[in-house]
Design a protein around this ligand. Structure first.
Ligand SMILES: [Zn+2]
Length: 597
């Protein structure tokens, strides 16, 4: 007889895993025990510990039996525990004693639209159950969500085939789906960054630059959207796309009809449904998630008491409830009776406070908040939790001619005059830039100007910023030139952007025409400067852990370079229970010391 333990380490709780563990309590052949452990890694311990997430959630199942019985169990568990985007690691080990027991794990809302049992039936055009959206599955019960929405439940195979035909004829469809409104089309939808729904996962590699980990994430039960760069062969016009797989039964069947017709992917729009995820510090974190609940059960420790009962930040409303306000719920809401704390200059502080609620303490933290929407800042908190802003991303003039005027009046005037002479076309593009649709004090705006300087072409400012990020992602050069980000002090310290663009221009003039290398260098050098600033700050205010937040981290290059440069000397962290730039801010606003009108 041997005692085996199956462990699944996750960056946050996965309700589906809890549900599966509970199911295994009914396993007939062996006596199983289960458990869910919260493992916290202290920032001040050994450097190897610093590399770990702030908290790891470990699901475990244990069984004692003969070799053959255990092998059979292992096979079944491997098949049942589908990949989650939050799964960090899994293992089977020989145990000496049981850590779990036979009490069910507290699970709320464990639902899947389909699973490995029903997907091959309802999603395969050769199967007799194909396109039966209400097909009963005793494993995932995905039919329940479908049945709760009559408009979807009533769709027959011919109806969905009709929808596919209309799509192929060029129509844009506005459909009701279990998660909300679904828009699908063969043409781009709206003018922003496009979402693509993959119809044929086998062609993913020919359409996008995608790693094995990204393929696993896309296939995971959470069905995330990932920011991917198309291959040259795909001939897709935009530099970056938000790409995802079918996330509902209707989408599964519709994409199967389209796949058979040779369609690899279609444009789609699923507002606030499938979250875009960023890969940071070895974890996948949603940029904005539709809903967050924080309480002792979710955090593994008590939630600090909030200062306010409710608050809005952007599209999100946070509410505290329960005894001593120890539960916090954040959701998308248009309830306008809630006090609105949305202010671009407060976003970073709200992010820090939202993270502190999760961390358990607001003392001795550093925060790099880089947002494509709100004011980007580097904050620290002292040993009493007082927050101060060390620096913020500079605000560029709105008109290109003012940017040009500033460069011509700066010590960089010489190098800029040569640039104007050597690249008259780029000079004209700079003069004509209009940044009025760009966020203030955001890296995104900086990237737009840098993209023009290094000669990237695109149709809009948003696409210029995306093309700049895509260029940095495609870099293959081992050594990057060093771009300057010199600090300028003042009421709100920032860096001298004239000098930054000046160094970029001087590399361009020196014959460096490799846009990928220069875009990468802008990211890498910024990460290097940040690492130096934080080291200096740490001398005055001891920094226990540096957290990263904000939607700009959807740019994987920036996050990776910061992790590499800063992670050498500091413990890093990211909100694991919330998101990067959505619910997090509203949660933090509940802790914001501010007099309310
Ligand atoms: Zn199923």
């Amino acid at each position: 007889m041997k005692l085996l333990r199956f462990e699944f380490d996750c960056s946050k709780q996965v309700p589906w895993y809890g549900y599966l563990c509970n199911q295994y309590l009914n396993y007939q052949k062996l006596n199983l025990t289960i458990g869910l452990l919260a493992i916290r890694h202290q920032a001040d311990s050994h450097l190897e510990q610093q590399k770990k997430p702030v908290i790891t959630w470990r699901y475990l199942l244990e069984a004692e039996g003969e070799q053959a019985q255990l092998e059979q169990l292992a096979e079944q568990i491997a098949a049942d525990f589908l990949i989650s985007v939050n799964l960090l690691d899994s293992r089977i080990l020989l145990a000496t004693e049981r850590l779990g027991d036979n009490k069910p794990i507290d699970v709320t809302a464990a639902q899947l639209p389909f699973c490995q049992h029903c997907q091959p039936r309802l999603g395969d055009n050769q199967h007799t159950d194909f396109a039966n959206l209400t097909l009963t599955c005793e494993h995932c019960h995905g039919e329940q969500a479908t049945k709760s929405l009559a408009k979807v439940a009533g769709l027959q195979r011919q109806d969905i085939q009709q929808l596919a035909m209309r799509l192929l004829e060029g129509e844009t469809l506005f459909l009701d789906d279990v998660n909300g409104k679904l828009v699908v089309s063969r043409q781009a939808i709206g003018s922003g960054r496009q979402q693509l729904l993959v119809c044929n996962p086998n062609t993913l590699n020919s359409l996008f630059q995608v790693s094995d980990n990204e393929v696993l994430a896309l296939s995971s039960i959470e069905k995330p959207l990932l920011l991917l760069r198309p291959t040259a062969a795909a001939k897709l016009p935009a530099p970056l796309y938000e790409v995802g797989f079918a996330a509902s039964r209707l989408q599964l069947v519709l994409t199967e009809f389209l796949r058979v017709k040779g369609v690899d992917a279609i444009y789609c729009h699923r507002e606030n449904q499938q979250a875009l995820y960023a890969h940071m510090l070895g974890m996948d974190i949603p940029v904005r998630t539709p809903m967050v609940i924080l309480n002792q059960a979710k955090l593994g420790q008590p939630l600090p008491e909030t200062l306010h009962d409710s608050a809005r930040f952007g599209q999100y409303v946070a509410k505290a409830s329960g005894k001593r306000q120890q539960q916090l719920t954040v959701s998308l809401s248009d309830d306008d009776s809630i006090w609105d704390s949305t202010e671009a200059s407060n976003a970073a502080q709200c992010a820090l406070l939202g993270i502190a609620a999760e961390d358990g303490s607001s003392n001795n933290l550093g925060l790099l908040y880089f947002s494509d929407e709100y004011c980007s800042q580097l904050l620290t908190s002292d040993d009493k939790g007082n927050v101060s802003c060390f620096m913020q991303i500079p605000e560029l003039p709105v008109h290109g001619r003012e940017i040009v005027a500033a460069l011509e009046a700066s010590p960089q005037q010489g190098v800029f005059a040569k640039f104007a002479e050597q690249y008259p076309e780029l000079y004209q593009r700079l003069m004509q830039l209009d940044l009025s649709d760009c966020p203030k004090q955001s890296l995104k705006t900086l990237w737009v100007v840098a993209a023009v300087i290094i000669g990237i072409q695109a149709d809009s400012n948003a696409q210029l910023a995306d093309a700049f990020v895509a260029a940095a992602m495609s870099n293959t050069s081992a050594n990057a030139p060093r771009i300057d980000y010199p600090l300028v002090s003042g009421d709100s310290a920032s860096f001298n952007w004239c000098k930054t663009f000046g160094t970029l221009i001087s590399f361009r003039l020196a014959g460096d025409e490799d846009a990928a290398k220069l875009a990468f260098a802008m990211n890498d050098s910024l990460a290097d400067f940040i690492a130096n600033w934080i080291e200096r700050l740490d001398l005055n205010t001891a920094i226990r852990r540096v957290y990263l937040a904000g939607s700009s981290f959807a740019n994987p290059v920036l996050g990776r370079r910061i992790a590499l440069r800063l992670g050498k000397n500091f413990a890093l962290g990211v909100s694991q229970m919330q998101d990067l730039d959505g619910a997090l801010l509203a949660a933090g606003a509940l802790y914001l010391r501010q007099r309310r009108r």
